[in-house]
Design a protein around this ligand. Sequence first.
Ligand code: FES
Length: 586
Amino acid sequence: MPDTDDTIPPAPENAATGLRQGLTSYGDIGFSLFMRKAFIKGAGYTDDALDRPVVGIASTGSAYNPCHGNAPQLLEAVKRGVMLAGGLPMEFPTMSLHESFAAPTSMFLRNLMAMETEELVRAQPMDAVVLIGGCDKTVPAQLMAAASGGVPAIQLITGSMLTGSHRSQRVGACTDCRRYWARFRAQEIDADEVADINNQLVASVGTCSVMGTASTMACIAEAMGMTVPGGASPPAVTADRMRVAEATGATAVKMARARLTPDRILTPQAFENAMRVLLAIGGSTNAIVHLTAIAGRLGFEVDLQALDRMGRETPVLLDLKPSGEHYMEDFHHAGGMATLLRELKPLLHLDALTVSGHTLGEQIEAAGPGFAQTVVRPRSNPIYPQGGIAVLQGNLAPQGAIIKQSAANPALMEHEGRAVVFEDAADLALRIDDPALDVSADDILVLKRIGPKGAPGMPEAGYLPIPLKLARQGVKDMVRISDGRMSGTAFGTIVLHVTPEAAVGGPLAWVRNGDRIRLSVARRELSLLVPDEEMAARAQAAPVTEPSAQRGYRKLFLQSVTQANQGADFDFLMPPPHGTRIPGAK
Ligand code: FES
């Protein structure tokens, strides 16, 4: 491939660069720069160093975030790459979010992290920024910030954790967390064994080792051209991951010199490549919400029906849990994204530009020929014939709902049943294991008020547990419906993101125990078999009051968060849509 600097047009000559940009306002530009240099020289920098292209590095290391536990080593490698390429690395802290250490849910804070990152990238002088992210909400937040920030930006993924072993069975977070916990609830394993498993599920620092949201967003970031080639798959503790970090630093310097801004990379074609990959990897349903939010920052609207059509012609090729059998480190050994993209080539926009300055097609070529492996299937022999995610519609979800069909039970995908309704998460916790609960395996569990405003923050509570009395009878799956999300590591016949949500008066709000519901994945249908007049009467009898708060971020959130089909972003962070819908007609 030609050198990056030859392929990207150079920056305009008169643009302020390095420390000269974004000066603090003292009413005297010369004095502002004089002051800035005086302070930074207090840290021992020379004029030579300060004249280099400045690469900011958004550092998200945190004791509360073991998924980013390799951040110190990554930082050193990025800095090395920046300096080898002639730039000046400037690390700065931002907030960091871990799935298990953010209450009520990390999604509640995603938009805050996106805002903070965007503002820090804009407020501080930098010619490019390296965004170090990994755990589920961090990469979406950083890509949202990148899309809005207008500064050349490159994503560095922290990388997946290693797998552990329980009695010779390979285990990894967190599909196996759920599997073993379900077995514990069903009394198939005892408390001692589940404690042993707890020690093995997370064998090292790094992100979840299956195709959960973190791995999905890593693959999507690479497919969109926002990482260096091969940036998605190396596990967190490997030499390959450190080499990716060094290459990321060096690439950031080239992007700074060329002013390669995100709007040139995050095009409709790039988003379509990301959607194609999302479907082909059996990726997390959460990624649809995040992609919608990132696209929304550029004025693009996601067309869920078109995404569903794309899904019908995109097979699932990646044999990773929860849709398949393998783990992220296996995907890396199988060649990572290069292997997948090579197989998907006829379905991709190969001329989409990437952070390297090369097109996606050039990068696939440069990766060389494939080799024998068993993790990425050929299109002629897929894991699942259609894309992993289907979009449902009907009177219960007028603006759509989704189901991860590749992780669902085929026997339940055409199902009609009686609704067993839980009004909110607290009601669920109170009654789901009550021996007196009137429920059978053919019923449909419905959970309300866990949407963007309902919980708030659209928590991953859509993976309702099987009621204890049924679990102990051996019931492993039931149709479950909610306006919330579920972890990408989860599995089952689970309908999510019902829009509009119950908390803003969507039809879900008035579903009652005993109502009949029909799910047909083949027809993409989600119907409540209750007459319209009866629904109108119920709405009139019990009107919904939207949740609100008195102060702080919660108030801002409840006033501003959009519905799932708009990415659950804040309305004031999205420019008016300009009519570009993705995916478009091919
Ligand atoms: Fe961080 Fe799963 S908890 S990636």
